[in-house]
Design a protein around this ligand. Structure first.
Ligand SMILES: NC(=O)c1ccc[n+]([C@@H]2O[C@H](COP(=O)([O-])OP(=O)(O)OC[C@H]3O[C@@H](n4cnc5c(N)ncnc54)[C@H](OP(=O)(O)O)[C@@H]3O)[C@@H](O)[C@H]2O)c1
Length: 325
């Protein structure tokens, strides 16, 4: 496992973080037990993952509480989140949000949260959140309940990072969680420059989503993007879109791979995200320990060859209206 520094937090973190949300929620969403989910979390820890993301809404905080029965608290970085409503006004008072933070401590059975996020902040709520919620988070930080504060976006609606574009100028968040993947690379120009300037830590979500974890769904999406005029068909083989990433055996044996070919679409996706300047941690969520092992290997694999990466940038440069969900 490779490690890095999480921006201004100076936390020493694994480049891969285990996501407790997504479509699997460590398996809880599929009906698996808490112990099954714990097996996934423990396997991640055993393979060097030291970042674990969860949220009030995921139901996976108790899994991390159980992990803490065997793992020393200072060996892992826990991020959790609480929402404040999506449409309409903020749906809680500052006092209620303060209680929500205390409830996270109870659910996680810990004295402190490493990173407390506002979960999926709506772009229109940024100013109100700064006035009502961020001071509560800062107070919790001053009290030692929270070490660092952050915000996550609702990428499946906020495709061009409008929330972060409004929030980052306040320069109050230590860490942000943002969507980025092969299909939607808009973060590169819209927010990553400011994030890097402010030395804000980053967690990358949506590296693989439904349109990226399944070859057939990916092909359907490519064909749709060609029909919409978003992708130049001359740049891609619609029946085998990532074919160009596969290296010939001559290229591999000749050492011109610059990092080796890809195993499958999931491998290519994780490696692409891992290599993006400004992305500290790539999150991976799963119910499946075999998927976990493969994904950790991809996140730690060499970068895709430069010419392949550039081709992926060129192919998807006009896509800014979907998340891959
Ligand atoms: N707004 C927010 O704050 C927000 C939103 C979304 C996500 N997140 C966080 O970010 C984390 C990452 O989210 P994500 O959107 O990137 O999704 P994810 O949680 O990483 O989920 C990936 C999905 O792909 C499947 N998968 C994983 N590895 C696979 C493999 N090797 N082959 C085939 N399928 C595979 C998983 O199903 P299996 O169980 O079958 O492996 C899972 O359902 C989440 O877990 C959550 O912690 C936060």
């Amino acid at each position: 496992m490779q490690y890095t520094t999480l921006g201004r937090t100076n936390l020493h973190v694994s480049v891969a973080g285990l996501g407790g949300g997504g479509h699997s929620r460590l398996g809880l969403r599929l009906g698996r037990s808490l112990d099954d989910a714990l097996t996934v979390a423990q396997a991640a820890f055993d393979q060097g993952v030291n970042v674990f993301d969860t949220a009030q809404g995921y139901g996976t905080e108790p899994v991390l509480a159980k992990l803490l029965d065997t793992v020393p608290r200072d060996q892992i970085v826990i991020s959790t989140k609480a929402g404040i409503g999506w449409m309409g006004p903020i749906n809680c008072t500052p006092q209620e949000f303060a209680k929500t933070i205390d409830d996270r401590l109870t659910q996680l059975n810990t004295d402190y949260i490493d990173i407390m996020y506002i979960h999926g902040l709506h772009p229109d709520l940024v100013d109100d959140a700064m006035e009502m919620i961020v001071p509560v988070m800062q107070k919790a930080r001053d009290a030692g309940k929270v070490r660092f504060i952050g915000v996550t976006e609702m990428f499946e609606h906020d495709f061009t990072h409008q929330m972060l574009q409004r929030a980052l100028p306040y320069d109050c968040f230590d860490v942000v969680m943002l969507g980025f993947n092969i299909l939607n690379q808009t973060a590169r120009d819209t927010v990553l420059p400011m994030i890097q300037k402010q030395n804000v830590g980053t967690m990358c979500m949506f590296a693989i989503r439904q349109a990226l974890s399944n070859e057939d769904r990916f092909k359907q999406t490519i064909n749709q993007l060609i029909d919409e005029g978003r992708i130049d068909p001359a740049l891609i083989n619609a029946t085998n879109p990532l074919d160009f990433l596969k290296l010939t055996s001559a290229e591999i044996s000749g050492g011109t791979s610059g990092g080796g070919g890809y195993a499958d679409i999931v491998d290519a996706c994780y490696r692409f995200c891992r290599d993006e300047p400004g992305m500290d941690i790539v999150l991976t969520g799963t119910s499946n320990t075999a998927h976990l092992a493969a994904n950790l290997q991809s996140i730690n694999a060499p970068a895709l060859p430069v010419e392949h990466r550039q081709r992926l940038i060129d192919i998807f440069k006009n896509v800014d209206h979907l998340s891959g969900d």
